[in-house]
Design a protein around this ligand. Sequence first.
Ligand code: RFL
Ligand code: PHB
Length: 402
Amino acid sequence: MRMPTRTQVAIIGAGPSGLLLGQLLYKAGIEAVILERQTGDYVLSRIRAGVLEQVCIDLMDEAGVGDRMHREGLVHSGFDLLFNGERHRVDLSRLTGGSHVMVYGQTELTRDLMEARHAAGLPTVYQAHDVQVHDFDTDHPRVTYRTAEGQLHTLHCDFIAGCDGFHGVCRASVPRNAIQEFEKVYPFGWLGLLSDTPPVHDELIYINSPRGFALCSQRSKTRSRYYLQVPLTDRIEEWTDAAFWQELKLRLDEEAAAQLVTGPSIEKSIAPLRSFVTEPMRFGRLFLAGDAAHIVPPTGAKGLNLATTDVKYLSTALIEHYQEHSNAGINAYSARCLRRIWKAERFSWWFTSIMHRFPEDSTITAKLQHAELDYLMHSDAGLRTIAENYVGLPLDFAQPKA
Ligand code: RFL
Ligand code: PHB
């Protein structure tokens, strides 16, 4: 491939944020080049999110890549909460006037976006090493990188989109006095296991058990995804499949434990839990989007969904810039995103706090968690507050009128 030397938007990172941005810009006739550190296969091997909000579903449609998601994704109109030995259903559809979520793996969503980009012949440089962003505080930003063969290239552009995840280079390139970071690291992680076994239940089950949190999720009618809260000191090599299944059974109710089908793992990994927000999210002509700007603990299933709404605000702003010669969206980008992000951060932190065991917990804490959950499950206002946050707040929620 001939390496492009100039584009309108240089996108760093080919995860869901970068690929979706590329696709929305392409639909609007705006050029972009994506630079990705890893290979495409490596990006697809990372097992992450599984639950899409309506806003994310709509964006996949807007990007023209929603067909397979609608065919193969599973519409879920509720989920179960298990605590104090009892299971309770949160009826998302009833509580939100008909909304639902879609179970469709991040891997599949990423594959659909990658294939659409490839089919349209749009430029993506995989294995772009040593990416560096320059001069984003001027009107002439540029990005330098080395190809897999070691050649140094420069890409000139109008804007840089930092879609390069939590460990990316874009946020790290911002002068320390221009950025504020807010962070909370939780004293446990999630051990995840993927297996080709039928899910234990047709909806997700979130579990607060005396042995710690667990989650029964799924990718399809034949593929399950389970998680266990584990101490941060646990090492993945120490968790055999047999040990995982045994521990999961101990955290389930009797009915679910009796129905659990076990099998060999396809993937197993431990993820730390963190709440993290960067303010602001725009620095001259550099924008941060997705995990590059914020992290939520996965309990609320919000990370990928937030990433896609950042991308919606960013693509709208860039389209306004090019088509209407207005910088209003660009100037409002950071505040718009952050207003939504903090609400998802709050929900994810709160849901994490009432569902997990914390090392410092005393015996009263579990009792208080059960009382809160019991209250929520028996109050329509309580159920509604969980449901409307879980299905995702509308894009214009609490946003100032344009
Ligand atoms: P990504 O997916 O991390 O992609 C960033 C890309 O940038 C590349 N990159 C670079 N490229 C060039 N040069 C550099 N210097 C670079 N540095 C990095 C990386 O290789 C990568 O390809 O960020 P993005 O696109 O913002 O997407 C965010 C989502 O991946 C993330 O928020 C979700 O996975 C979070 N998440 C969930 N979100 C949901 O909405 N619903 C869920 O059910 C859900 N479950 C989860 C989750 C995350 C989890 N883990 C493992 C943290 C479950 C788990 C266990
Ligand atoms: C997942 O299926 O990976 C998943 C589902 C719901 C969550 C987190 C992860 O809250």
